[in-house]
Design a protein around this ligand. Sequence first.
Ligand code: GNR
Ligand code: NI
Length: 166
Amino acid sequence: MTIRKILTFPDPKLREVAKEVTNFDSNLKELANDLLETMYEFKGIGLAAIQIGVNKRIIVADISDEKQEPHIFVNPKIKVLNENKKGGYDEGCLSIPGFYEEVIRPTQVEISFQNLSGENEKIIPEGLLGVVVQHETDHLDGKLMVDYISSVKRQRIRSKLLKLKK
Ligand code: GNR
Ligand code: NI
């Protein structure tokens, strides 16, 4: 188990479209453990492999603050069940540290995915978990939370983060 470094916006790697997972081997389990450990270390509630520079379609999430209830989703696919987009949610992103922006998303989705053994599963995530799985699957397609806000705001965040890096 290793805590990995998280890439930050505007790192071009975060714009890559991640590749389907085809090998459900011990390396994949190791990657899932690293994702969980890194997510807990940085106090996140979700993490996509591309955020640690690994171009694979795997995400993890854990929205419970007391007991750990880790979710691992391999090759996730989102189906919108309720397009209703009332009331956005203030989202944060470990790849955009220090910024919180309201993102309006569908209120109910179904996520179909494979588990670490390659078996198909699907769930209808409730509440915040539904928001997080949409945020994470966006990462796998190179999409970031800042793509939902105005380009003026996005540029401002971009230059602030670039200055912090220097
Ligand atoms: O830690 C995180 N919090 C969060 C809050 C609201 C909506 C989405 C998220 S995901 C984020 C971690 C992260 O960057 N995952 O990609
Ligand atoms: Ni994120």
